[in-house]
Design a protein around this ligand. Structure first.
Ligand code: SAM
Length: 407
């Protein structure tokens, strides 16, 4: 087998981070305070996070979707705040999203190699990896995955096509990504009947008119067809209703096909480059447990907002490899808790706030949350709830600043 080599290629023994339980979030109070979390959202570098997960999860994750930086050598900004006019980009507020900047190709390949090796270890014997890249590095990644998984475990090279504006005038518009799909073994999960799609009406009409049209192959017109390995889903563009403002957010429909095909109910689905949290969100909607991670606080905040709004989520953990910095005093914030409600008064531009009505001084249990409305930009400043003991509130501003106060 040909092997890909680069300067400094090596696998060091994984160095685990200390993962600290920071809070448990019960969306709209569901399951508070006792429900066992069925998901984990972890802030930290995925290399050390995955190393820390090995003792508990090695060989136990059923599906991993990985959407790392693509080696574009660009910086991607996040659009923050809500309620602004989507058609007027000049009025958007921007914040740091994530960097896809590298010293050279060697360092990028080493970055992928170490992480993909850990993902391979974490996968269950019948698990599947989907690695999402584009023309910048997909050819190299194919060889790296052949080495780690074995070329015989390659399943598909999926092409995701989309439309969109492009400044390119010297070549065809580059409008597809490549998703490499590998099984940990030949015995991988593939739920073919969960991802069938209707045949094109012309095909149905042709076969109804002449059963011999398929040269001996008769399609199952009732059940529908197995999708090809090229997929069309619109990108999450400016006016898309899934839009969070986090850069390079992937459409839920894309993750839905992957999760339905390659996992079962209650399975464990992971995404260690989670960005806005699309994988965890779709996994939860389909009754899967999830582990998701990102090194950017903005990404984790975005994922938390989306999960907090997801009806099928009962409770999930927020973990971190370092104590998140939260200012505990601000003259600009007044909390009033009495008479069955908690009220917040502040001049800050609040994006999200949550309440632990009986704080034990250690783990924050979020029993109620408020977030800005995507279109109107409004956020409730009063939350109804019974309080008993110390009330603690956490608040995140549009700029990403965090506060924690108790009364
Ligand atoms: C292409 S984006 C993922 C977008 C995501 N699929 C979505 O739908 O929003 C890549 C993400 O990887 C994260 N990332 C890059 N290096 C990382 C690392 N070493 N550990 C954890 N996350 C990392 C970035 O912060 C960024 O959010």
């Amino acid at each position: 087998m040909p092997n890909l080599d680069w300067k400094g290629k090596h696998l060091s023994p994984p160095v685990p981070a200390t993962v600290i339980l920071d809070s448990i979030l019960y969306p709209k109070g569901r399951g508070y305070p006792k429900a066992r979390p069925d998901g984990r959202v972890i802030l930290g570098d995925n290399l050390n996070v995955m190393a820390a997960l090995l003792p508990e999860y090695e060989g136990h994750i059923n599906l991993i979707y990985a959407d790392p930086p693509f080696f574009t050598n660009r910086k991607f900004s996040a659009r923050v705040g809500r309620g602004e006019d989507s058609r007027k980009p000049s009025r958007w507020k921007l914040a740091e999203g994530y960097h896809d900047s590298w010293d050279d190709l060697d360092s990028y390949l080493q970055f992928l190699y170490e992480r993909l090796s850990l993902m391979h270890r974490l996968l269950a014997p019948n698990g599947t990896l989907y690695l999402h890249l584009d023309w910048h590095a997909d050819a190299y990644a194919r060889l790296i995955l052949d080495e780690i998984f074995g070329a015989e475990n390659f399943i598909n090279e999926i092409i995701w096509t989309y439309h969109g504006p492009s400044p390119i005038r010297t070549a065809f518009n580059r409008k597809h990504d490549t998703i490499l799909m590998y099984g940990k073994s030949g015995d991988y999960v593939f739920n073919v009947d969960d991802i069938r799609e209707p045949y094109n009406p012309n095909t149905v009409a042709t076969f109804k008119a002449s059963p011999k049209a398929g040269f001996g192959k008769v399609p199952d017109l009732e059940r529908g067809k197995v999708p090809e390995d090229w997929w069309y889903f619109p990108v999450v563009a400016r006016l898309h209703n899934e839009r969070t403002g986090y850069p390079t957010q992937k459409p839920e429909a894309l993750l839905e096909r992957i999760i339905l095909a390659s996992s079962n109910k209650d399975d464990l689905v992971a995404d260690f480059f989670c960005g806005s949290g699309t994988t965890a969100l779709v996994a939860a909607k389909h009754g899967r447990r999830f582990i998701t991670c990102d090194e950017s606080a903005r990404a984790i905040h975005t994922a938390r907002l989306r999960l907090a709004e997801t009806k099928s989520v009962c409770a999930f953990e927020l973990d971190s490899t370092a104590r998140p910095e939260a200012a505990s005093k601000s003259k600009k914030i007044i909390v009033h808790a009495a008479g069955g409600y908690v009220r917040l008064t502040t001049s800050l531009d609040v994006d999200f706030w949550e309440v632990d009505p009986a704080w034990d001084g250690k783990i924050f249990r979020s029993a109620a949350q408020a977030q800005r409305h995507v279109r109107s930009g409004e956020i409730p400043m009063e939350l109804k709830m019974k309080t008993g003991g110390r009330v603690c509130i956490r608040l995140v501003t549009v700029e990403g600043k965090q506060f924690q106060l108790h009364v």
